[in-house]
Design a protein around this ligand. Structure first.
Ligand code: GUN
Ligand code: FE
Length: 420
C-alpha cells in the first residue's frame, strides 16, 4: 500500500447533466488508484502524505477522442477550403513531411507537451501513413504522460500518388510492422485507422476488418462529415444505402469503433451506431472551420448515442479540450437559434461530462472519480481570473471551462502519476 491524498475542491461529472462537488475534499489514492473521495479524511488514512491544493479545483482531466497528430504544424492554417479540397491542397502535403523522422520527433514532442499541459491525458489519435513516425509519436506521448490509442493511417487510393499514398501491399505490410512494434508500449496502444472510405480500396478495407477481428483491435475513421464527401462515397459504393454500411460490410463498424463527425448521420445511421456501441467523436470546432455543418448533438444525446468530443486538429484549431467544450456549446446554441428555439442546447456541465467521463469510458474508466480507476485529473488555479463575488463550485467550474488555459492548470495526473 502506498497511500497518498489530494486535498482541494473536487468537481466531477459522473453522468450527463450531473455534477458532484466536494468542498475541501480529500481524494485518496493507493499507488495512484482512486480509493474514494471524502469530505473528511477517514481515520485509516490519517498518516498518509497530503498534497494540499488549498482553494484550487481538482477536476477530471480531458479525453480528446479524435485528432490528427501530423496536422499539428498546420494548426490555424488553411481554413479557407471545404473538406475534400482542404485535404488535397493542404493536409496530405503536411502529413507527407512525417516521412522525416527527425522532424516527426521534434513536432510530436511539442504536441505531446501541449496536450498534457492543456489537461488532455487520454487520446484516440490519427498519425500519418508512416510507421516509423507513428512509433515516435507513441514514444513521445508515453514520455509526456498521455495515454490512449494511436493509429498508423491506411490509405491506398485518392491520396497524393507519389508523395502521400500507399500501395495496398505496402499498407498491409506496414500495418503489420506497426502492430508488432506497438506491442512494446503499455500506456499507448494501436488502433486500426482506415482514413475514410474514399481513400481505402475494398481489398484494404476487407483486410483491415479481418485484422481487427482476428487481433481484437479497435477501429477509428471518419463518417458523414461533409455533403460532397457523402456523395462521393455513394458513387464509390452504389450497393450501400448509407455511408456507415461501407464500413460495416467489411467488419469495421462495431463495438468501440470511433467515428469522427457524423454531421449528416440519418436516424437510421444513428440507430446503427447506437446498436453497435460506436462512439461518435463530435468535433464542433472543425465542423465550423471547414464548413462541414452543424451536428444534431441534442438529438444524438436524447437518443442515447455514445458521444464524446474531439479537437480534430487541424480542421479544429483548438487543442485544449475546454475550448472544444465551449465550441460544442456554441454549435448547439447556433442550432437552437436556427430551430426557432425549439431545441435544447448543451449546458457547460453537460459539456464537461462529454469532455471527460464520456470519453474516459472508452478506456475502461468508470464515471467521475470512480474508485478502482487510476487517477486522471487536473488541478486548476482560478485565482488569476477576474475577481468577482463569491462563486459556488459549479460557477467556478463553468468559468474555468470558458476561461482556463495552461497557466491555470497547475498540476496534471495521468494514469495515477503526477506528470505536470
Ligand atoms: N476525412 C478524411 N481525412 C480527414 C482529415 O484529415 N480531417 C478531417 N476533418 N476529415 C477527414
Ligand atoms: Fe479528422
Amino acid at each position: 500500500m502506498s497511500i497518498t491524498v489530494l486535498k482541494g475542491h473536487i468537481v466531477s461529472a459522473p453522468k450527463l447533466g450531473a455534477l458532484e462537488t466536494l468542498e475541501n475534499g480529500y481524494l485518496v489514492l493507493d499507488d495512484g488508484i482512486i480509493q474514494g473521495a471524502f469530505s473528511s479524511l477517514p481515520e485509516r488514512f490519517a498518516s498518509a502524505p497530503v498534497s494540499d491544493y488549498g482553494d484550487r479545483l481538482i477536476l477530471q482531466s480531458f479525453a480528446d477522442m479524435h485528432l490528427h497528430a501530423p496536422q499539428y504544424p498546420m494548426l490555424g492554417l488553411g481554413m479557407d477550403l471545404p473538406l475534400l479540397d482542404w485535404l488535397k491542397q493542404y493536409t496530405f502535403r503536411t502529413e507527407a513531411q512525417f516521412q522525416d523522422t527527425d522532424y516527426a520527433r521534434e513536432i510530436y514532442r511539442q504536441l505531446a507537451q501541449r496536450l498534457i499541459r492543456s489537461g488532455t491525458t487520454r487520446v484516440v489519435m490519427f498519425s500519418s501513413i508512416h510507421t516509423d513516425a507513428t512509433l515516435i509519436l507513441m514514444e513521445e506521448l508515453e514520455r509526456a504522460g498521455v495515454t490512449g490509442y494511436v493509429g498508423k493511417v491506411n490509405m491506398d487510393r485518392n491520396g497524393a500518388p507519389g508523395s502521400y499514398q500507399e500501395t495496398t501491399e505496402e499498407s498491409k505490410r506496414e500495418t503489420l510492422r506497426f502492430l508488432e512494434a506497438a506491442a512494446d508500449f503499455s500506456r499507448v496502444k494501436p488502433i486500426l485507422t482506415p482514413r475514410f472510405t474514399p481513400t481505402c480500396t475494398d481489398e484494404l478495407m476487407a483486410w483491415l476488418g479481418q485484422t481487427a477481428r482476428e487481433r481484437g483491435l479497435y477501429v477509428q475513421s471518419h463518417l458523414s462529415e461533409n455533403k460532397q464527401e457523402i456523395a462521393w462515397v455513394r458513387e464509390l459504393h452504389p450497393d450501400c444505402v448509407e455511408y456507415w454500411e461501407t464500413y460495416d460490410k467489411f467488419g469495421l463498424f462495431s463495438d468501440h469503433t470511433v467515428m469522427a463527425h457524423c454531421v449528416y448521420s440519418s436516424a437510421r445511421e444513428r440507430e446503427a451506431m447506437k446498436r453497435r456501441n460506436v462512439l461518435v467523436a463530435h468535433c464542433p470546432d472543425s465542423n465550423i472551420n471547414i464548413c462541414s455543418g452543424f451536428v444534431p448533438l441534442q438529438i444524438m444525446l436524447e437518443e442515447g448515442l455514445w458521444v464524446a468530443l474531439g479537437s480534430d486538429i487541424a480542421g479544429g484549431a483548438e487543442l485544449p479540450m475546454n475550448r472544444v467544450i465551449t465550441a460544442a456549446i456554441r454549435m448547439s446554441k447556433a442550432k437552437r437559434i436556427e430551430s426557432e428555439w425549439a431545441q435544447d442546447f448543451l449546458t457547460v456541465i453537460e459539456g464537461y461530462y462529454l469532455g471527460t467521463t464520456a470519453g474516459a469510458r472508452y478506456f475502461g474508466a468508470g464515471a467521475g472519480f470512480a474508485p478502482g480507476d487510476p487517477l486522471h485529473a487536473i488541478v486548476v488555479d482560478d485565482a488569476a481570473l477576474p475577481k468577482t463575488r463569491a462563486l459556488s463550485l459549479r460557477e467556478r467550474l463553468e468559468r474555468a471551462i470558458y476561461l482556463m488555459d495552461d497557466r491555470s492548470i497547475v498540476a496534471v495526473y495521468s494514469e495515477g502519476k503526477k506528470v505536470v
